[in-house]
Design a protein around this ligand. Sequence first.
Ligand code: LLP
Length: 449
Amino acid sequence: MLWPKTATRDVAGQLVIGGIPVPQLVAEYGTPLYIYDEATIRAQCAAYREALARYYPGPSRIVYAGKAYLSVGLLRLVVEEGLWLDVVSGGELQLALAAGFPPGRIVFHGNNKSEDELQLALEAGIGAVVVDNHYELDLLERLLRDTRQYLAVLVRVNPGVEAHTHAHRKTGQVDSKFGLLIETGDALRAVRRILEMPGLRLRGYHAHIGSQVFELEPYVLAVERLFDFAREMAARFGVVPEEISPGGGLAIQYLPDDPALDIEAFVQTVAGAVQRAAQKARFPLPVLGLEPGRSIVGPAGVAVYRVGAIKEIPGVRCYVSVDGGMADNIRPALYGARYTAVLANRDGPADSVVTIAGKYCESGDVLVDGATLPEPRPGDLVAIAAAGAYCLAMASNYNLALRPAVVLVREGQARLLQRRERIEDVLQREVGAGESSESLAAVELPTPP
Ligand code: LLP
């Protein structure tokens, strides 16, 4: 699935999502605009749920990785679909709590959680912390010392498995900042410490091998590694894991030729591996935890920009500049990520090859190199597919760009999830802006020599 499942063209050739023509949404909310299709998000959640029901006879848990895209409005869908939430910072945790997300369904990840963040997690009574290192255990030891509180933890094991994805997105190989290594004994020592700490309850083991991973084999290996480790811990300490989580990372389609996203095959493979390994270890079937982010929101999101300046360099290329770019989607610049673009306001033969450039001061600010479109004109709308994950989540104020508006569409209705950022939002944190006594208007200008 490249476009949201409701995406279609109307008789005028306009792109329609969730029953609303994109130009109509743009007229109301402006550009750049991120549009999320509710039906697609719900369908992705349902695909995970149904596949688990079909292929995994034990208990299971789908934990949405909020780092892919987080907003209060999105969390409503996450809750309604019965998913848990993975947060990776105090900020994400606070947003979830502000939204009223059930704390008992929140899992906290991260390779350098601060004392304040852990304190907040304890006060909120979150579902589990995924322990990543011994420093974190030191902090938890201190925080829990004088309380009677219990905290469920999973141990994040580095499984030593290579996922074939961009180097910046690999996490499961030995040389990684994430997770406790089995080889060095760090993971074992963490388990021992957790079992000795009265405030901690060891729930199980977690691994995450990377993101935008196309192959399923590394997941099987990761599951096997987790169980090998779990068996060793059972032999040494008599603990049987209640939960096993091979993380998230399933790849989605960005280009028409990419393999299609197959949630069912992914779940079937992982569920099979867990069942085989549990049987071999003579463990009861654990809770199978899955942690998808990109595959839940990625295909549901479409980014829409307006075309401005067009620069044709004869014999070289044609730059079509749009009113967004790396400030709202840094993925092409950061990972060489590739996207599919179409015109949203009209249709026609895609007979021109252009470079869709962003508007920010950097030559690398190119959204799509080699897009095939009907020849674009200033004022046209460009829509980019599969923009729902890790675009807004990684957005910045580079060049003092204002973050885009986000709407959720469903059956002809649009709901604003996040309003467009305003210059006031940005100026608010500037000391000396506006009327204050620190304003530069009060500075006496030096006289030229
Ligand atoms: N669980 C853990 C522990 C993770 O670190 C991640 C992603 C996920 C689950 C969700 O993975 P997903 O299903 O979304 O692939 N900024 C990069 C992706 C970074 C992924 C970070 N961790 C990108 O834009 O491709």
